[in-house]
Design a binder for this molecule. Sequence first.
Ligand SMILES: Cc1cc2nc3c(=O)[nH]c(=O)nc-3n(C[C@H](O)[C@H](O)[C@H](O)COP(=O)(O)O)c2cc1C
Length: 391
Amino acid sequence: MIKGRRIVLGITGSIAAYKAIEVMRELQKRGALVKVALTPSAKEFVSPLTLGVLSGSKVYGEVIPRSSKEIEHTELSSWGELLLIAPATANTIAKIACGIADTPVCELALCMGKGIIAPAMNYRMYENPITQENLKKLSSLGWEVVEPAVGELACGEYGKGKLAPVEDIVDSATYWFYPKLLKGKKVVITAGPTREYIDPVRFISNPSSGKMGFALAKVAAAMGGEVFLITGKSPLRTPYKVKRVDVETVEEMREAVLREVENADLFVSAAAVGDYRPKEFSKEKIKKEKGELLLPLVKTPDILKEVAQKKGKELVVVGFAAETEKIKDNALKKLKEKGLDLIVANDVKKGIFGSSETEVLIVGKDFEKEVKGSKEEAAYAILKEAAKLLS
Ligand SMILES: Cc1cc2nc3c(=O)[nH]c(=O)nc-3n(C[C@H](O)[C@H](O)[C@H](O)COP(=O)(O)O)c2cc1C
């Protein structure tokens, strides 16, 4: 969604300005085209030369261009599809809220009307009711505010005011371009592998990385949903605005899912849930003995089936089918048997575990659609179909 998008990065005079370079690099890595505008104060913190070289473009840093006949701010505001101000000082936020246009960043804000603001400042400046009022006003006018983090601040004090993590800022820019088809909807997604313990140091699991579930959570949040991601062990970063619940066993995942789907609109089960667990859990580490160790297994609860059977008409349920043969037939069987609204089938023989790419077949009651591409692209295709089924 962000690939090829034209983003104007506005930088203001905060000690966190050096992080704007990372924001720009990450945006570029995700395929965005970036041009930079600076306030005069920002030039004290980061050099226009560095930004010009890294963006491959002229940096807009003066209100009245000395050497050109172009009216830069109107040109740049027409070029840009999104204005992202990171970091945003208390001063610039206040000026934008009042419609003052005395720096390149403020001029662009007035021309473009809305965008994303990532504040960074001392916690007392941030908590000051004037700053809070200004942010509230900008939010009501369509600006997205990426809240600062709590932590140790450059001045040595501790509190809320640290620039949000670069990945969150870049996620927010990615989200900007998605249609808000899930606005006002609660979406519960499971991801990753489950673990069933044999003894305190051994467990049965599977190679699921969680990438598909995390991509779904990210895209669902980008589409405006309130997203709860219930995940087995995964090293993946929680996407911006996603609420994460960490679990290990099938039973823990079941409990979390049943609690969260109560008032949900959409449930997507992308976790690789183990079908069996050891019949007995040994409290002590099992000693290595000669000969075979036989491990009786019992079935784990079928979370997806339980949710689908209990659900009312208002909950849309989407399942995944990881198959090794007769992909479509097995998916259709699972769709009917479990009473799902949609099923997403994939061929695990194609090495999709852990990969960022995937190939899926989305099967509904009266349609099917093949999608090949990144897991994010597949997630968008799946969620678009699910959104059509929501009341
Ligand atoms: C070392 C230093 C660090 C600063 N860091 C911040 C900051 O993180 N956030 C902020 O709102 N102001 C900060 N300021 C104050 C701003 O630079 C000042 O308000 C300036 O007028 C902002 O101008 P601008 O909004 O046009 O960039 C800092 C000032 C100095 C000298």
